[in-house]
Design a protein around this ligand. Structure first.
Ligand code: FES
Length: 154
């Protein structure tokens, strides 16, 4: 898929950070905040700016789950696959989200409307089964509610 991040914005982002290896992670976070992911063409300029090898940048990106190397959908859905959610129907939540979005764990829909991820625990076990849509928590889910939530997303 073609990159959608304007490379001229990258220069502006780099200009806001000192030339120091200590800024590597905050710099990558800012690139992702602006672009939605870390575009491959950003790796070399980021490495040059931080004074590290490009391989170190790719190592950091692959180590931290927070970084994405491909564009994500407008709506990022995270479904919990932890134990508390599992025993309260988490599998049905995942199946319902997959049915409604047409994508599986780790995928983004072709129309870029949805990305789907599963997470070990969303930290809201008392509300299980739980999912998060664009940072907002939804608990005690059932298929009908999930369909309504997803339908309302842009
Ligand atoms: S197990 Fe699902 S929120 Fe903790």
């Amino acid at each position: 898929m073609a990159s959608e991040c304007d490379i001229t914005r990258l220069a502006e982002i780099l200009g806001r950070f000192q030339r120091d290896r200590a800024i590597l992670i905050p710099l990558l976070q800012e690139v992702q905040a602006v672009c939605g992911y870390i575009p491959p063409e950003a790796i070399e300029p980021v490495a040059n700016h931080a004074g590290v090898f490009p391989s170190e940048v790719t190592g950091v990106i692959s180590f931290y789950a927070q970084f994405y190397t491909s564009p994500r959908g407008r709506n990022v859905i995270k479904v919990c696959r932890g134990t508390a959610c599992h025993v309260r129907g988490g599998r049905t939540v995942l199946q319902t989200v997959m049915k409604c979005t047409g994508i599986k764990d780790g995928e983004t829909s072709e129309d870029m409307r949805f990305s789907l991820e599963t997470v070990a625990c969303l930290g809201a076990c008392a509300l299980s089964p739980v999912m998060v849509a664009n940072g907002r928590y939804y608990g005690m889910l059932n298929p009908g509610r999930i369909e309504a939530i997803l339908k309302d997303l842009p």
